[in-house]
Design a protein around this ligand. Structure first.
Ligand SMILES: [Mg+2]
Length: 373
């Protein structure tokens, strides 16, 4: 099904404002009544068609716990598009297969991935976003104050108006938050290489956690140039799909932090390979997480098994991206709250650990189909 959630107020980044967001959700079901959920948040209509007409015929009637054979069967349906919509469709189906396999075997996905090495993960507030008006950063200090009160010890602002404005807001937020709170910037592909270098120069000494996606997401030459020049850690990867795309950025080493989105990169099957590539290159891999609670809970399972990397101020990787936005879906389908110490509990329930009430999605469904064996 395709769902749409209107936002109470438009939120923006350096490229665009969003009035709503959409997602494709798939619920795979066995004849025994077991189910598994998957999501793609980026290209819902293309993904919906691809899942329905290309992937499901390869999955129907097969053992739902055979996650790797099922992934290979889906992969064989893709000839020409290993980095785009086809891989996003595989991501949604693969997420649902791992969820279903966990539920069938009575274990969390983290157990299928080798076993959880932690039961809590530190969350970073994914905000503030820009608002319409003369100063898109006008509410940043008020919103960050709310995050700090809620317990967050890290947050990520949407930036990229121009390097001087970015520097000014970071200075104000550093004064507000103090030295022990981690502050990251997401440029959302808004700059050119030279602008990114100017921003990096202006932020020297301000203790920035990372600068994310300063340029176009697949500009490998640009990112390699930046990686050799920048002082702040360079992060990216949310827009990349397929293992080869990540391999290009990890060898030679380019990103300092790699951010695959489970609903885009190829699901758990590809994400665990990306995590292995990151481990081999000593680069932290943390998930990019936006969308419905299904991607959130899937990302928690991945966070349970990722390697530990220390940061300053008592923080460390992995970190969990946490959508702090208010919307109608959040009210009906809450995600796990952040504790006073800034961490989120990782559920020890079968599958991705989210007891989804399908009825809760009803007000948001704009397209729906079913296929039966
Ligand atoms: Mg981003």
């Amino acid at each position: 099904m395709i769902i749409r959630c209107r936002l109470p107020e438009a939120i923006g980044n350096s490229r665009q404002f969003h009035e709503e967001w959409t997602a494709f959700l798939i619920q795979l079901e066995t004849d025994g009544g077991l189910f598994g959920w998957g999501e793609n948040t980026f290209l819902p209509h293309a993904v919906s068609a691809h899942v329905r007409h290309r992937l499901l015929p390869a999955l129907m009637g097969k053992d739902p716990t055979a996650v790797l054979p099922l992934f290979r069967a889906m992969e064989r349906t893709v000839g020409y598009d290993r980095r785009g919509a086809a891989m996003m469709a595989i991501s949604a189906a693969d997420m649902a297969i791992w969820d279903l396999a966990g539920r069938a075997l009575g274990v969390p996905v983290a157990t299928l991935l080798g076993g959880a090495v932690r039961d809590r993960v530190t969350a970073y507030a994914s905000g503030p976003f820009m608002r319409r008006g003369p100063d898109p950063y006008a509410r940043y200090e008020a919103e960050v104050s709310d995050y700090l009160k809620a317990g967050f010890r890290a947050f990520k602002i949407r930036a990229g108006i121009d390097p001087a404005a970015d520097e000014a807001i970071i200075r104000r937020l550093r004064d507000l938050a103090g030295p022990d709170i981690a502050i990251a910037l997401d440029i959302n592909q808004g700059y050119l290489v030279r602008t990114a270098l100017e921003l990096d120069e202006r932020l020297r000494g301000l203790g920035v956690l990372w600068i994310e996606e300063p340029i176009q997401p697949d500009d490998i030459a640009g990112y390699r140039f930046l990686a050799g020049k920048m002082h702040a850690p360079l992060a990216g990867g949310e827009a990349l799909a397929g293992l080869k795309a990540f391999a290009d950025f990890l060898s030679p080493r380019t990103f300092d932090i790699v951010q695959p989105d489970l609903s885009i990169c190829g699901g758990f099957t590809v994400a665990r390979a990306i995590a292995a590539l990151g481990e081999a290159n000593d680069v932290p891999v943390i998930s990019h997480t936006f969308g419905t609670p299904i991607n959130f809970f899937a990302s928690l399972q991945l966070a349970a098994v990722l390697p530990e990397h220390r940061l300053t101020a008592g923080l460390g990787y992995p970190l969990l991206e946490y959508d702090v936005g208010e919307n109608a879906m959040r009210q009906r389908l809450p995600i796990t709250p952040v504790s006073a110490d800034g961490t989120v509990a990782i559920p020890d329930r079968p599958g991705i650990g989210f007891e989804v009430d399908r009825a809760a999605f009803e007000p948001f469904i704009v397209e729906h189909w079913e296929e039966h064996l």
